[in-house]
Structures are given as structure tokens and as C-alpha cells.
Write a protein that binds this ligand. Structure first.
Ligand code: SF4
Length: 345
């Protein structure tokens, strides 16, 4: 797709902010636009300048990932993209919703002081069974009206997304066999890092948390590495339905993880100001305490420092390793009341 500027034919560019839902659905959207012959521009990895720019655009109380999203949107707008892709995500499955901040994102952007290109903002609401055809029309409208081309692009994109999700699960299987190949002290230690994709896949926001764990010799897993089917199956153990898709992902992967035979711990990576995490965290911690699984809660905001995080991670891993040593077993690693007469297992 092209436009003419100063007598020159230039291709139209759609900006994809590297934040929030991009971290989950990037294979889908990039492939879709590529198959339509539309160029996409992805903002760079998050850095201090992007975060600072985002912080300036929104009120202080907004959660960190939304601030970062604004920074990426500002970056792409300044780079001169022709459109910004900002879907209004309401729900991506039946009977569960995405966080309300996702729904309001296009409005929040339009109300900001940013100078934005036109937004492409399809409404994605699978609870109300939004017609797929109308979503795709909205995504492709500025570039083509050829339905068969749009449909083919969608099919290609969907296959790519499925391949991406299968690869993540494959990585999990490889990590689970790590203990057999590795003879280090932490070889049999697996840590599930619970968090939203946009925190887990943003190295700047999480300060390389997954890498730090791997440097310490642990296998580090994320919720996306448990299949959707397995998460849904495991969620049946919980007596009520969970209202939020992100909450369902976290709790389903925790139930699945509890079945692993190896030594394990859980780190919850949450953003300051996240309502869903404050609710889900409590439900998850109760399950971990019941099963005596060590956990660590890491809350990040724009002021979090890397040095402090490293110290906490190292202490957490050391604590799990020392649990089997009677002399180091004075303080419960999983939140058990310190005055309890019951000896930690
Ligand atoms: S789920 Fe939490 S972190 Fe994510 S956008 Fe909503 S409030 Fe922010």
C-alpha cells in the first residue's frame, strides 16, 4: 500500500507499539499486515526515554505498563507512521474480560496531549461474539476492500500465532528436562514467574528477571509455557469462575505447576497499581501456602532499581536451597506463621 508525497511513492506504515497486547499477539498482527502488503513499524525495545515519555502523558496513578504503552505510542508518532494500531480489547474469550484499561486505551490516547496519526481501533469483544469479519474489515479498511485477500491474510496470521504459542510450550518441555542434563546445585530448581506477557517479555520493565534466574542455574517458566488447554483444565479445580483472562492464565498455570515433581518456587511479578494482580495475588498465595511452595512478590514501578531486584532473587533462590537444611529452616519461605509449632517440611 502506498501514498504519494512530493511526487514520490511511499509505502503506508502502520505503527505497532511494543507494549501491552503486542507482547502476546505480535505474530498475529505483524503477519496479518505483511500478508496484506502493508508495512508495519514496531517501536524499539522499552528504554528510559520511552518510559519517561510515557510517564509524562498519563496521571501518576496509572499502572506502569500503560505508562510504557504511551511512551511507545509517542515514539511511533514522532517516527511518522501513517496509522497507529490500538485495538479496543474487551475480551478474547467467552465469559472472561481483559482489564478495563485495555478497553479505554484508544480514548485515553485521544485525550492525551500527544500528536497522533489516525488510529486503527477495531473492537475485540468475544463475550459479545463480535463478528470476526467486522474486526478484520476495521483492521484492513485503510488499505484494501478485497475480502478474499483479507480472509487469506487472517488465516496465515492465525497459523503464525498458533506456531508461536506452540513454540513457547515446546521451550517449557525442554526446560523441564534440564535437571537431567545439568549437575549444578540449582539444576532441579524450577521457578514459575507469574506475570502478564507485557511485563515478562519487556526486559527493561522486568530488569532481566528471567535471565537472572537462568544465570543462577534455575529453570524459569512463564504462564504462556503452559498450554491454554491445560490451564483451562486445571482451572476446574478452583470453585468459582475467574472474571479476568489474565487472572485465569495465572491461576491455571499455578495449578499446573503444583504438579511438577522437582523443587520449585514461584515469583509473582506485578505492576504497582494493578487491581487484577492485587486480587489474584491473594488467591494464588493461599494455594502456595497450602502446598508449602516458596514465593516471592516483586512489585515494579518506574522507580524500581535493578540492584535491589538482583539481591532479592539471589536471596530467594538461596532460601529454597537451604530449606532442606535443618539449621537454616527457621523462617518459613512460604508465609507460614512464624509462631507455629509445626516444623517446616
Ligand atoms: S491488568 Fe493490571 S497491569 Fe495490566 S493494564 Fe490492567 S491494571 Fe495495568
Amino acid at each position: 500500500m502506498s501514498k504519494v508525497e512530493g511526487g514520490m511513492k511511499l509505502s503506508l506504515k502502520v505503527g505497532l507499539p511494543r507494549a501491552l497486547f503486542y507482547q502476546t499477539y505480535h505474530p498475529l498482527w505483524r503477519t496479518f499486515y505483511a500478508a496484506l502488503g502493508v508495512e508495519t513499524v514496531v517501536s524499539p525495545e522499552t528504554n528510559k526515554a520511552i518510559l519517561d515519555q510515557g510517564v509524562k502523558c498519563v496521571v501518576d496513578e496509572t499502572c506502569l505498563p500503560v505508562k510504557v504503552f504511551f511512551g511507545h505510542a509517542a515514539n511511533l508518532s514522532a517516527a511518522g507512521v501513517d496509522y497507529l494500531f490500538v485495538p479496543r480489547m474487551v475480551s478474547v474469550e467467552k465469559k472472561a474480560y481483559i482489564c478495563p484499561k485495555f478497553m479505554g486505551l484508544p480514548d485515553m490516547l485521544k485525550a492525551s496531549n500527544l500528536k497522533l496519526p489516525p488510529l486503527i481501533m477495531p473492537v475485540i469483544n468475544l463475550v459479545k461474539a463480535t463478528d470476526l469479519k467486522s474486526i478484520l474489515w476495521d483492521c484492513a479498511a485503510p488499505f484494501t476492500g478485497n475480502w478474499s485477500k483479507i480472509k487469506n491474510a487472517w488465516q496465515e496470521a492465525w497459523q503464525e500465532q498458533k506456531r508461536h504459542e506452540e513454540n513457547l510450550i515446546e521451550e517449557n518441555l525442554i526446560k523441564k528436562t534440564k535437571g537431567a542434563l545439568d549437575t549444578s546445585d540449582t539444576a532441579d530448581l524450577t521457578i514459575l514467574v507469574l506475570g502478564h506477557d507485557y511485563n515478562l517479555h519487556d526486559q527493561y520493565l522486568n530488569m532481566g528477571l528471567l535471565e537472572k534466574l537462568r544465570e543462577l542455574g534455575c529453570a524459569a517458566l512463564t504462564p504462556a509455557q503452559t498450554s491454554r488447554k491445560e490451564r483451562e483444565l486445571q482451572l476446574k479445580k478452583f470453585p468459582r469462575s475467574i472474571f479476568w483472562t489474565y487472572g485465569r492464565n495465572l491461576l491455571g498455570s499455578v495449578y499446573s505447576f503444583l504438579q511438577y515433581p522437582e523443587r520449585k518456587g514461584v515469583i509473582m511479578l506485578t505492576s504497582f497499581g494493578c487491581g487484577i494482580d492485587s486480587f489474584m495475588g491473594n488467591l494464588i498465595i493461599r494455594r502456595l501456602v497450602e502446598k508449602k511452595i516458596p514465593y516471592l512478590n516483586v512489585i515494579i514501578d518506574e522507580h524500581t532499581g535493578e540492584g535491589g531486584l538482583r539481591t532479592r532473587i539471589e536471596a530467594f533462590v538461596d532460601m529454597i536451597q537451604w530449606r532442606s537444611d535443618y539449621h537454616q529452616n527457621y523462617v518459613s519461605a512460604y508465609g507460614q506463621y512464624l509462631g507455629s509449632t509445626e516444623r517446616n517440611a
